[in-house]
Design a protein around this ligand. Sequence first.
Ligand code: NAP
Length: 247
Amino acid sequence: MDRLAGKIALISGGSRGIGAAIAERFLSEGAKVVIGDVLDEDGRQLAARLGDGVRYVHLDVTKPADWERAVKETVDVFGGLGILVNNAGIVNFGRIDDYSHEQWARIINVNLTGVFNGIKAAATSLADAGAASIINISSIAGLRGYEQLSGYTASKFGVRGLTKSAALDLGGSGIRVNSVHPGVIETPMTAGMVFETDRVPLRRIGQPMEIADLVLYLAGDESAFVTGAEFVIDGGETAGTVAPRAP
Ligand code: NAP
């Protein structure tokens, strides 16, 4: 009930999916939460449903000025900032020989530069908190390649690398930085996609609240000695290759 009591969090892409689950979970553990997203209507409705401890701000992660405003509003409204969750992301598909420069630029801008923008805008306020945590949502596509997902995979590998360097730069300021690598999770992003769960040892896809539980651990003081690390949460999908079924 109070694992995040007294803490203040900013979550990008928090209007729906994994980000919304993280907002709800943080709130249930006593945090104050600011949700930033480009989906304003969904975000406002979610904030209204979750109650007094939550605010919604418009935040396009590709725009440094939006980040400055979101951080300022968080500090002005709740009195500080101790947790940053870089969760906003998009996916696009195409064989690399058909994949356009525009697709590439767009996904790197949102998924990777958006995380850089967030860390940069929040670093001073996070340092002021004394003990702070940044959680970057990468993917198992930040650990291995996927067909038709070259931009997404490159962006998520980038988030993993950025996490390590940021952890080195910011550790002395009391800011921990870790990456989370989900497998397939049931959210609007994956709606309509077909997945072969017989390749997953646990034989199912994951739920947003399961990611939120891991992010909660990384956000709170229970993980005070954890930084620069990567946390895989994928039902075992990347543990190895599931053997072909016997005929
Ligand atoms: P989602 O349901 O699509 O939610 C992501 C949210 O981020 C949406 O509200 C989206 O709005 C928003 N967003 C997109 N571009 C943005 C921008 N420039 N600035 C601010 N917000 C923006 O996706 P999700 O499945 O919850 O994914 C959350 C994170 O987990 C992403 O980083 C994703 O790559 C990662 N992840 C997801 C899975 C999975 O299987 N679902 C697996 C591994 C990793 P729009 O509708 O406008 O795009």
